[in-house]
Structure formats: structure tokens, C-alpha cells
Design a protein around this ligand. Structure first.
Ligand SMILES: Nc1nc2c(ncn2[C@@H]2O[C@H](COP(=O)(O)OP(=O)(O)OP(=O)(O)O)[C@@H](O)[C@H]2O)c(=O)[nH]1
Ligand SMILES: [Mg+2]
Length: 518
């Protein structure tokens, strides 16, 4: 029998605007009728005296919504978001992100947990206390930390899958190594730290999504004993395993900073192909001298590696001008040579002093490749693709000096550090003559509190020529809590418009500027 829709729909919840509380607990549910009263009771006991709410995001076909609705009648802290039809697309993952999104503005912390009592409600209070005591952005309830256990995972296969997926994530993503349990469904986050993050989990591993998309977060663990399911049946399926792999691929592809070493290695492998094909084509079809062919092959593969690394591995690290881009390309050569040197330095002594027989020389070749790739990666990230100035500014420095630094980095015409609400400049550096269009951009940024890039065409018709000059501005709000107290406003009139990377750079660079504007 289909449960009646006796609900607070997604829309109504948003419209009313929920009251602000300290902690929102988001619990995804599908057919968990028997577990819910016990969970709510457990939370009530554990969190007595604290200001919290429990939000159930429900996709059930059994009596679960009715049970939740009854509890909500007795206790105003219990809320139900009932999803129907299309809203259910994505299942568990979108259930979690929907609950988080709807209430993140209305609470300081969000905790996500399962309904089946595998995640002990007593633990939530401790996680909250840990977050406040250590000023952590994320507290992970870990089954794998010393003192925790995953004995509640039913069956040997489930355990092996759990451990395997955890190691896979940690091998690929450095950020997943910040915790021993990046795949847990039991965690607490400080909402301010992830505000504005758009979730796109393909699988249900929302914590992994958070860790990888926000690499700057401070993560702390709380070990716990993963219990056996209280009642009801597991919804874990093979399908979720495939979704998980798709999720890993999607993070790898779409998050620029994720899995950089593996991106680098992938590009390196493509370089081997470019090198081989060039060598063979030149030597066999054009009958080039082998040494000449070899030189072309090396030169071309280093160039193709540089371009691909630029477009893929380090696509979030901007270059400040075309000259800068060219110089990086040139620097890629000596760095590649060092990598080749490291490869040889490992391979040659092993072959000479250990064994030059098959399979040893091939095995040593593999070690050489690993050493060469690592050295090349380290040097490339430090020298070639290093951000050109420090990531954040020093708020103690004179404003004139700071705007001069930004002006040079972005090749800007004007840089204004503007104090809101009176729109006065900081220091003697004056944002001379803010035009009315500048003013409307600044008003927009103050209103939305989002960094904004504008490109303004010179006239109302399309441009006839490609080297026409565009008027460009970057405007980044400086926030104190939720409000803009200042705007960093940068303009350029040039044939080369500002890019999204420029905006990201300025946003990161001015992240510590609030103190200057107070
Ligand atoms: N809203 C919603 N919740 C779901 C869905 N699938 C699972 N859940 C809930 O997500 C939580 C975790 O699901 P479980 O079936 O317990 O998965 P598991 O913990 O990996 O598996 P077990 O160890 O066998 O319990 C539970 O609270 C489920 O009710 C879904 O499609 N929609
Ligand atoms: Mg479970």
C-alpha cells in the first residue's frame, strides 16, 4: 500500500525558511519504519539541552512516513521531507544532499547518519563537541580509526568491498587520506566551511565528495563501533558499486585539484605514445637518422606533455600572461630531463650491479619509470606549475602595496580595495571615478556575495574584429560572517579578457583580507 502524502514538501520547507538551530541531523530513509522511533529517542537522550532538529529525507514505500509524521506531531524538532516520483532520482545520494542543502543556511552544523542504528545516536553529541573543541570543519565517525570497528558490516564480501573501496579512494585522492574512513555515511560538517559547494555525487559517498571538492577543510576523526543493522533490510546493491566507480571518475575528471599525480602519470603515458609514434614514423617512413628522429620524438613528447598538463593536470593554476605561458613551456624541458635522469639513476645501477637478465631489467625499468615520474611531478608542481605569488595576501601590509601586487599579477588597469557601505577606498590608492556600470557590478556583488566576472562589449553590435578591446572587471566580496564589508574591484581594458581562473585566483588571494576592511 502506498503511503499517503502527509508531508512537509520540499517546496514548503524552503518557503517558510526554517528557524536557525545549532545542529541539523539529516537522515535518509527508505523503509525504516521499525528503526525510526528508537533513533529519535536515542537522539533525544543524547542531545538533551542542545538546540537541534532531525530531518528525515524519505523515499519509502512502507509506513515510514507515517511513523515520522506521528513523531513530528509530538516533537517539533522532527521534520519530514517526503520525496515522490522524479524527486527520488539519485536515491540515497540526492536524499542526503537535498537535506543538507535545505537546512545548511539554518544551522551551524549538519550531521548525516543512517536510520538503521548502525550509527549510534550517542555518538552525535561527542562529534559535535569534538568539532567545537578542535575547530574542525569535518568530524568523521570512523569505523577504521583505532578504537573503532566495522564488525557490524554483514558478511565477508561486504567487508572486503568496504576496505577495497576505501583504499582505492585513498590511492587516487590525497584528500581522502585525511581520514581513515572516507566512505562513512556518518559525519558532521560545519556548514560555513562548505557553504556554496555544489554537490554532484553520482554514488552515495557524500563525504568523499566534500573532502575532494574542498581540499582545505580541517578533518578530525571520532572512532566508533559500527553496529549490525537494527531492523529492516539492507539497500546496498551491486549497482551502488558501479555508481561508486563512476563517482570516482567524475571527481577525477571534474575537480581540477583531485588526483593530480595520476593525471600527471596519465599525461606521461600519452607522452610515451607520442614519442614512440614520432620516432618510428620519422625513422621508418622518412628515413631520418635515428639520432635526429630520437631528438624530435623527445622534443615533441615533452611539448605535448606540457600542453596536456597545462590543460588537464594543472588547469586550475593560471599563467599570468602569454610570455609566462611560453616560459613555463621552456622550463618544462630541463624538468623533464631531470626526470629522465632520475629514471636512469635508478635503472642503470640495478641492471649493472644486480642483474641484467629478464625479467629483472624490465622490472627495474618499472622502478625507474616510477622514480622518474615522481621526480618530474615534484619538480613540475614546484617549478613549472607553481602559482606565481603566494595564495593569500598579508592583511597587515599597506593597501597600496597590496593593490599594486594584484595589479601586476592580473595585468590590471585599476585595482580598488573598496570599503562597504560608503564605497570609500582603503589607503591612498583611489578607485578613481567608479562609473555607473562599475557601481552596478559592485552593488550586484554586495547583494549576492558571489565573486563576479564581467566582460563588457564596446558597443551594442557584435565586434567586427577579434583584436577589439573589451572592458573587463573582477569583483570579489570580502565577507564578515555573511555580509560584504568590502569589495576588491579590478578592471582591465584589453584584447585579452579576464578568465574564470583569474577570478578564482583573486578569490583565493583575497580570502584573508577581511581584517583590512574592518
Ligand atoms: N531517502 C533514501 N534513503 C535511502 C535510500 N537507500 C538507502 N537509504 C537509507 O540510507 C541509509 C543506509 O542504507 P543501508 O541500506 O543501511 O545501507 P548500508 O548501511 O550500506 O547497508 P547495511 O550494512 O546492510 O545496513 C539507511 O538509513 C537507508 O534507509 C534511498 O534510495 N532513498
Ligand atoms: Mg545500514
Amino acid at each position: 500500500m502506498k503511503a499517503e502524502k502527509q508531508t512537509v514538501g520540499v517546496g514548503t520547507e524552503r518557503a517558510g525558511g526554517p528557524d536557525r538551530v545549532l545542529l541539523t541531523i539529516v537522515v535518509p530513509t527508505r523503509d525504516e519504519a521499525e528503526n525510526i522511533p528508537k533513533l529519535v529517542r536515542g537522539l533525544r537522550e543524547s542531545l538533551s539541552g542542545l538546540d537541534y532538529r532531525v530531518v528525515f529525507v524519505d523515499d519509502s514505500a512502507d509506513g515510514t512516513p507515517g511513523v515520522i509524521q506521528d513523531l513530528a506531531g509530538e516533537d517539533g524538532r522532527v521534520r519530514l521531507i517526503r520525496r515522490e516520483g522524479d524527486e527520488r532520482r539519485g536515491g540515497l545520494s540526492t536524499a542526503v544532499t537535498t537535506g543538507m542543502d535545505l537546512f545548511s543556511g539554518a544551522s551551524e552544523y549538519t550531521c548525516v547518519m543512517d536510520a538503521d542504528l548502525q550509527h549510534p545516536p550517542e555518538k552525535v553529541r561527542e562529534m559535535l563537541e569534538t568539532a567545537r573543541r578542535t575547530d574542525a570543519d569535518v568530524v568523521v565517525a570512523s569505523r577504521y580509526a583505532p578504537g573503532g570497528s566495522y564488525a557490524g558490516l554483514s558478511g565477508r564480501v561486504r567487508r572486503a568491498v568496504s576496505v577495497g573501496t576505501k583504499y582505492l579512494a585513498q590511492l587516487i585522492f590525497r584528500e581522502a587520506r585525511k581520514t581513515s574512513d572516507p566512505m562513512t555515511g556518518f559525519f558532521l560538517v560545519k556548514n560555513e566551511a562548505i557553504s556554496g559547494l555544489q554537490f554532484r555525487p553520482t554514488g552515495f559517498k557524500v563525504l568523499l565528495e566534500i573532502l575532494v571538492c574542498a581540499p582545505e577543510l580541517k578533518v578530525v576523526e571520532a572512532p566508533f563501533d559500527f553496529q549490525a543493522r537494527n531492523a529492516g533490510v539492507s539497500k546496498a546493491t551491486m549497482r551502488q558499486g558501479f555508481d561508486y566507480l563512476a563517482h570516482i571518475l567524475s571527481l577525477f575528471w571534474y575537480v581540477p585539484s583531485a588526483g593530480r599525480f595520476w593525471k600527471f602519470a596519465l599525461v606521461g603515458a600519452s607522452g610515451v605514445l607520442v614519442n614512440m609514434v614520432t620516432l618510428i614514423v620519422l625513422a621508418e617512413y622518412f628515413h631520418a637518422q635515428k639520432v635526429i628522429a630520437w631528438m624530435f620524438a623527445v622534443g615533441l613528447s615533452i611539448l605535448s606533455n606540457f600542453l596536456l598538463n597545462n590543460a588537464f593536470t594543472w588547469r586550475d593554476i593560471r599563467h599570468s600572461s602569454r610570455i609566462h605561458f611560453f616560459l613555463r613551456g621552456v622550463l618544462a624541458y630541463p624538468v623533464a630531463v631531470m626526470g629522465i635522469g632520475a629514471n636512469f639513476a635508478v635503472w642503470y645501477p640495478l641492471v649493472k650491479y644486480v642483474s641484467d637478465e629478464f625479467p629483472y631489467y624490465a622490472l627495474f625499468n618499472l622502478l625507474g619509470i616510477i622514480a622518474g615520474t615522481s621526480v618530474n611531478f615534484i619538480l613540475s608542481s614546484r617549478l613549472v606549475f607553481r602559482p606565481s605569488i603566494p595564495r593569500t595576501l598579508d592583511p597587515g601590509a599597506p593597501p597600496g602595496q597590496i593593490s599594486e601586487g594584484i595589479r601586476r599579477e592580473l595585468r590590471a588597469d585599476r585595482v580598488g580595495l573598496i570599503r562597504i557601505p560608503d564605497l570609500t577606498p582603503l589607503g591612498e590608492e583611489s578607485p578613481r571615478g567608479l562609473s555607473s556600470s562599475d557601481r552596478s557590478v559592485i552593488d550586484l556583488v554586495v547583494g549576492t556575495t558571489h565573486p563576479t566576472l564581467t566582460v563588457t562589449g564596446p558597443r551594442r553590435l557584435p565586434q567586427a574584429r577579434t583584436n577589439a578591446r573589451w572592458t573587463n572587471s573582477l569583483a570579489v566580496p570580502i565577507l564578515d560572517e555573511e555580509h560584504a564589508i568590502g569589495v576588491v574591484f579590478v578592471t582591465r581594458n584589453s584584447t585579452e579578457p579576464f578568465t574564470e581562473e583569474d577570478l578564482h585566483w583573486l578569490t583565493a588571494y583575497t580570502a584573508t583580507a577581511a581584517r583590512m576592511f574592518e
